[in-house]
Design a protein around this ligand. Structure first.
Ligand code: ADP
Length: 595
C-alpha cells in the first residue's frame, strides 16, 4: 500500500514534468515558427532587392551602350556626355564605366594612335602576350579613384571571357568574380571580389562598354538595407565549383534555422543567393529559447511537484486510515450483531422459561389460595387474633404472587402469542376497563375523562393489556389521599394511524428515568410504596410494537405523566384532525386500581 502510494506520487511527478516540458517545447515551437516566418519574409525581400539592383545596373549600362552606338565617333567628350547620367544614378559598388576596344597585337600602335587622338593624348596601350587584346580607351570613374587606361583585359580570364561572350551573343553579359585590375594597386586586404557587366556596342571595330562593380560595396548598399544585421548573404556563381561573387556578413550565423537558397538570373549567367539567419534574428528564439523554456518548465514542475506529492501522500495515508477504520467498524458491528443475536436468543429462552414457570405455578398457587380461603372460613371462631393476622398475610402473599405470575405470563406471551388482528372500537374497550378500575374498592374514587375514541385494527386481548396497564398505572401512581385524575384521548396521526394519549396528575417520572421504564423489571425509585412487578410497561411496549406502533412517555404539564402511543387506524375509521383532544368527555368515578 505504502509502495503503491509512492509509485502513484512518482507517476504524478513524472506526468507533471512531461506536461511541463511539452508545454515549454510547444511555447518554444511557437516562437521558433514565428522566427521562421520572419526569416522567410526577410529572405524574400533580400532576393527581390538583389534582383532589382542588378536589373537597375543592367538598364543603366544598356542605356550607355545604346547611346554609344549612335554617334559616328565616340571621343572623350562624347563618352563623358553619354556616361554623365550614370553619375546621377545611385549605383553603389560601381567602380567605373569604360569603353573597351579589341585589337590584335599588330594593330596595337594604330589603335593607340587613334584613341590618343579621340581621348587621352597620353594613352599608352599595354598589351599582354600575343593575340587579341582588350584595352580600356576611355573611362569614367564612378568612385573616387583616378581612371586607369590602356590596361589589357586579356590578361584577366574572367574579363576576357565576358567580353567574348558579349561579343559572340550580341548581348550584355556578366563576368565571373575576380579582382579588378583597377584595384591591383590597393593593399590585398582592401581588394574586393568584383564583377563586370559588359555590353557590346555596335561599331566598326569590336567595342564594349564595361561597368565594374565591387561585390562587397554592391551588397552593402543593395542588400545591407534589407538584410540589416539579421541575415548573412552570399552571392556565388552557380556552377560546379562555387565561387563567391559577393558577401554580406554582419554577425554570427544562427544554425537553429535552415538557410534560404535561390538562383538569380543575371545577364547570361546564374548566381546563387544564400541567405542565413544571424543570432540577431533569433536572439532568444530557436533552440536557445526551447532550452530556456524547458529549464523554466522543469523548475516550475519540480517546485509544484513537491506540494503535490505531499498532498498525494497525505491523501493516500488518510484513505488508508479510513479503510482501516471502516474495517474495524465492520468487525465491531459484526461482533455486536452476534452478541445481540445471542442475547436475543437468551432472552427468548429466559422469557419462555419464565412463561413455563408462571404457567406451571398457577395451579399450585390457586390451590394454596383456595385452601387459605377454606381455612379462614372454617376456623373463623377458633383462631386467635395472631392466627388471623397470619392468615391475612398468607392471603396477601398469594395475591401478590398471582399478580406476578400473570404479568410474567403476559410478558412471555406478548411476543409469541399469535396476533389476531381485527377492527376494534376503542371507545367500548376503554369504557370497559375504566368501568373495571372504577369498580375496584377505593377510599377516593378516580376521576377518569375519556375523549372520543377511534376504531383501530389490532388484537382485542393485547389491546386490552395496553389500556389496562397504562390506565391502571395512571390511577395507581397517585399520592395517597389525592384522587387519581386521568384523561384518555386520541387524535389521528397521518392517514392510517391514531395517537392515543393517557395523561395523569400522579407522582410523575423523573426525566432521566423515562427512557428506561419500558424495560422489564424496572421500577422508578420512590415507587416501591406502590405494588407492582416492573413488567407492565415492558408488556405494553411489546404489544404496541407488534401492532407497528411506537410508545413514549413525557411529563404532563402541571405534574404527572403523559404516555403516548400509536395504533393502526381501521380503514373506515372516522377521521379527526389534530387539535383539542377532549371531545365529548365522559367522567367516571371509581375506587383506586390496585394489583
Ligand atoms: P409496575 O408493576 O411497577 O407498575 P410497570 O412496568 O407498569 O411496573 O411500571 C414501571 C415503573 O414505571 C413503575 O414501577 C413506576 O415506577 C413507573 N410508572 C409507570 N407508570 C407510571 C405513572 N403513570 N406514574 C408514575 N410512575 C409510573
Amino acid at each position: 500500500m505504502e509502495r503503491k502510494g509512492s509509485i502513484l506520487a512518482l507517476s504524478g511527478v513524472v506526468l507533471f514534468l512531461t506536461v511541463a516540458a511539452a508545454l515549454a517545447l510547444a511555447a518554444g515551437q511557437v516562437l521558433y515558427s514565428r522566427a521562421e516566418a520572419d526569416f522567410a519574409r526577410k529572405s524574400e525581400v533580400i532576393e527581390r532587392s538583389v534582383t532589382a539592383e542588378i536589373e537597375r545596373y543592367r538598364v543603366a549600362l544598356a542605356d550607355v551602350a545604346a547611346a554609344a552606338s549612335v554617334p559616328e565617333k565616340v571621343d572623350a567628350a562624347a563618352f563623358a556626355d553619354l556616361t554623365e547620367p550614370l553619375t546621377r544614378r545611385r549605383l553603389p559598388g560601381a567602380a567605373a564605366v569604360n569603353l573597351v576596344v579589341a585589337a590584335a597585337t599588330a594593330d596595337v600602335p594604330t589603335v593607340q594612335r587613334r584613341w590618343r587622338a579621340l581621348g587621352d593624348p597620353a594613352l599608352r596601350l599595354r598589351p599582354v602576350g600575343a593575340g587579341q587584346h582588350f584595352f580600356s580607351v576611355l573611362s569614367r570613374p564612378l568612385d573616387d579613384r583616378p581612371p586607369r587606361l590602356g590596361v589589357d583585359a586579356a590578361k584577366v580570364p574572367e574579363a576576357r571571357d565576358v567580353l567574348l561572350r558579349a561579343q559572340n551573343t550580341g548581348q550584355m553579359a556578366i563576368s565571373r568574380a575576380y579582382r579588378l585590375l583597377r584595384d591591383s594597386e590597393l593593399p590585398v586586404a582592401e581588394q574586393q571580389l568584383s564583377f563586370v557587366l559588359a555590353a557590346p556596342v555596335a561599331r566598326n571595330e569590336p567595342t564594349w562598354v564595361v561597368m565594374a562593380f565591387r561585390g562587397t560595396d554592391f551588397l552593402r548598399e543593395a542588400i545591407g538595407l534589407a538584410a540589416g544585421d539579421e541575415a548573412d548573404v552570399t552571392l556565388s556563381e552557380f556552377g560546379t565549383s562555387v565561387v563567391t561573387v559577393a558577401e554580406w556578413r554582419p554577425e554570427r550565423v544562427d544554425d537553429a534555422l535552415p538557410g534560404y537558397e535561390t538562383t538569380i538570373d543575371v545577364p547570361q549567367r546564374a548566381w546563387q543567393l544564400d541567405i542565413r539567419p544571424t543570432v540577431s534574428l533569433l536572439p532568444p528564439t530557436g533552440v536557445g529559447l526551447q532550452v530556456t523554456a524547458t529549464i523554466i518548465g522543469t523548475v516550475l514542475a519540480l517546485v509544484l511537484a513537491v506540494p503535490i506529492s505531499v498532498l498525494w501522500i497525505a491523501r493516500e495515508r488518510a484513505a488508508r486510515q479510513v479503510i482501516r477504520a471502516t474495517d474495524e467498524l465492520r468487525a465491531d458491528i459484526h461482533r455486536r450483531e452476534q452478541i445481540e443475536h445471542e442475547l436475543r436468543m437468551r432472552e427468548v429462552e429466559l422469557v419462555g422459561f419464565a412463561g413455563v414457570v408462571a404457567h406451571d405455578l398457577r395451579a399450585p398457587l390457586a390451590m394454596v389460595t383456595g385452601y387459605v380461603e377454606v381455612l379462614r372460613d372454617e376456623t373463623a371462631g377458633l383462631l386467635t387474633e395472631d392466627h388471623r393476622v397470619f392468615l391475612d398475610r398468607l392471603q396477601a402473599g398469594t395475591h401478590r404472587m398471582h399478580s406476578m405470575l400473570e404479568d410474567l405470563l403476559a410478558y412471555a406471551t406478548a411476543d409469541s402469542m399469535p396476533l389476531r388482528a381485527t377492527e376494534v372500537d376503542l371507545s367500548g374497550l376503554v369504557a370497559e376497563i375504566v368501568g373495571e378500575l372504577c369498580a375496584a374498592p377505593s377510599a377516593l374514587p378516580p376521576h377518569i375523562q375519556v375523549g372520543e375514541m377511534p376504531r383501530v385494527v389490532g388484537d382485542p386481548t393485547l389491546l386490552r393489556q395496553i389500556f389496562y396497564n397504562l390506565v391502571g398505572n395512571a390511577v395507581k401512581y397517585t399520592e395517597p389521599g389525592a384522587p387519581a385524575t386521568v384523561e384518555i384521548s386520541a387524535v389521528q396521526q397521518g392517514p392510517s394511524a391514531y395517537r392515543v394519549e393517557i395523561a395523569d396528575r400522579g407522582i410523575g417520572i423523573p426525566p432521566d428515568q423515562r427512557a428506561h421504564v419500558f424495560d422489564p423489571f424496572i421500577r422508578v425509585a420512590g415507587s416501591e410504596r406502590f405494588p407492582g412487578t416492573g413488567l407492565g410497561l415492558a408488556i405494553v411496549r411489546r404489544v404496541v410494537e407488534r401492532h407497528g406502533g411506537r410508545i413514549d412517555v413525557d411529563g404532563n404539564i402541571g405534574g404527572g405523566s403523559r404516555f403516548r402511543f400509536t395504533l393502526p387506524a381501521a380503514p373506515a375509521a372516522p377521521t379527526r384532525t389534530e387539535g383539542p383532544e377532549m371531545a365529548g368527555p365522559s367522567a367516571l368515578s371509581s375506587r383506586g386500581h390496585g394489583d
